[in-house]
Ligand binder design. Sequence first.
Ligand code: DAH
Length: 339
Amino acid sequence: MKEKLQAIQADAIAKIEAANDLDALNEIKVNVLGKKGELTQVLKSMKDVAPEDRPKVGQMVNDTRSAIEEKLEAVKKDITKKQREEKMKNEVIDVTLPGTMHMKGHRHPNQIALEELERVFIGMGYEIVEGPEVEYDRYNFELLNIPANHPAKDEQDTFYITKDILLRTQTSPVQARIMETGRMPIRILAPGRVFRSDEVDATHSPSFHQVEGLVVDKNITFADLKGTLEQFAREFFGPETKIKLRPHHFPFTEPSAEVDVSCFKCGGKGCRMCKGSGWIEILGCGMVHPKVLKDCGIDPEEYSGFTFGIGLERVALLKYEIDDMRLLYENDMRFLKQF
Ligand code: DAH
């Protein structure tokens, strides 16, 4: 019995020492110590051992088992350590290899111009608000003094969802929505997307952006409008910029004006940018028409206001000297990266 146990032990230890992975170790463990293993077989044959010899033989079986288990554990530790070292060696990072470049996101020139515009008007105490892109005819036209048969409706042709609901043609409906709330005073800037059934070309797109401004309070005059626009022009286009107001007509303002800024490229001398005139048109504006105030629930005897509308693409194209509006919508990284 003793020789048999010694033979099992010697054989097991030799096999364990020869094993070079955890699977092999496990197989040895099963073959020797498992339910049908060699050592277990020996234990089963205890019944043939004389009763007085059983404790001694039992002890010998246990010793053999411990010796094999110890060896298994030791070799297992070794193998695990070696495997980890191997893994570490393979995973070494070569910091001198060139990295993988990731394309970084970039603010769109429209967005840069808008944030700059907002910064200027927030500085003057304006609040940024938004209105819906899908709008009622009532807000887009009716409340802005553009009745059903008004020619301005033709100029601002758009996509109708129903007879009364359309994609807004201007951000001006936000004026009516804000005035209707009756909260005074009003000093808002309303940027957003607008729609017209225009063909795409260098200066037109069926979808573009406007930034609407509206101020309503007691004693607001045309001088306030002019001063505000002067301040805006200086901050946005440069401290030397001058403005010029030309009489114009908009249905919802009276009087109305179109505003030019002195060319920030040539300083007013005349260049390609301003087509030789020294001036560049940038927005429409005026005093809120008393009828519009009244229709929106504001007493024109008590309150007055001014309003202006800026074409966002137009000022972005000017500011960044881009000569074709289509470039803004093509999402070509080579173009966008420049801003
Ligand atoms: N909504 C006008 C348009 O799209 C632009 C405009 C002109 C807005 C004068 C205004 C304004 O607020 O006062 O043609």
